[in-house]
Design a protein around this ligand. Structure first.
Ligand code: UDP
Length: 239
């Protein structure tokens, strides 16, 4: 492809649910392969890719807690779920011949490397995909916050949040056919209008550090590449 990337380094956040495909739980290998292909296109045009994958397809602390489990234990399970997703994604990426490193915020010798910022940046510089797993390593956080935190730490140009809809709307487009999509918003717009794009912790973090976020539809084939070459796809949240 002759398409020129707009960004040198990105952080892509995939929800765990995105990996389920049409299933109710777990991981659909077909979806992983499609994502690996799309991520490979970015690597192919020289974009450095960091990945954060959620765990909602397996476990969420809040849901386990609502069912009676201790919240912190549930969050630990949720973070471990993100490690499983990361291993599955690495497998798919490496089958597509893309060198991939899995780092974990929770040390897990023999399974994943311990997260180390400078080492992660070295890997990114050599063109390896780096998957930041186990969230922030702390309970009561989300992988959206982890994506924003790691994105800021390793100095990406943009955090890309992959969703099931093609941007941020003034109301839920699945429920409301008259929902209007925004092309661009400020962090304060998101907070004032309570748009629920990401949790408040994540939004405040990116706001404090002027890190732009783009929300786009990962179910639309080619959308990820469009975003990275600077086409108007989804919604941009910036200062
Ligand atoms: N989690 C956590 N700390 C973090 C990131 C995640 O405790 O820094 C736990 C939390 O229980 C969360 C689960 O891991 O519900 C899975 O992450 P998330 O819900 O963000 O996944 P997604 O919705 O993106 O699939």
């Amino acid at each position: 492809t002759d398409r020129q990337p707009k960004y040198k380094r990105i952080l892509l956040k995939l929800s765990g649910e995105a990996l389920m495909g049409d299933e109710e739980f777990g991981i659909d290998p077909k979806v992983l392969d499609r994502m690996a292909l799309e991520i490979g296109q970015l690597v192919g045009i020289g974009v450095q890719v960091g990945l954060v994958i959620g765990g909602g397809n397996l476990f969420r602390g809040a849901a386990l807690s609502a069912a009676g489990m201790d919240r912190v234990t549930g969050d630990h399970m949720g973070m471990l779920a993100t490690v499983m997703n990361a291993l599955a994604m690495r497998d798919a990426l490496e089958r597509s011949n893309i060198n991939t490193r899995v780092m974990s915020a929770i040390p897990m010798s023999g399974v994943a490397e311990r997260y180390d910022r400078r080492r992660a940046m070295r890997y990114l510089n050599t063109g390896d995909v780096v998957i930041f797993s186990a969230g922030t390593g702390n309970p009561f956080f989300t992988t959206d916050s982890a994506a924003c935190l790691r994105g800021i730490e390793v100095d990406v140009d943009v955090v890309l949040k992959a969703t099931k809809v093609d941007g941020i709307y003034d109301s839920d487009p699945v429920k409301n056919p008259d929902a209007v999509k925004f092309d661009q918003l400020t962090y304060d717009d998101v907070l004032d209008r309570k748009l629920g794009v990401m949790d408040l912790t994540a939004i405040c973090l990116v706001r404090d550090h002027d890190m732009p976020i783009r929300v786009f539809n990962m179910n639309k084939p080619g959308a990820l590449l469009n975003v990275v070459v600077g086409q108007n796809e989804g919604t941009l949240v910036s200062p």
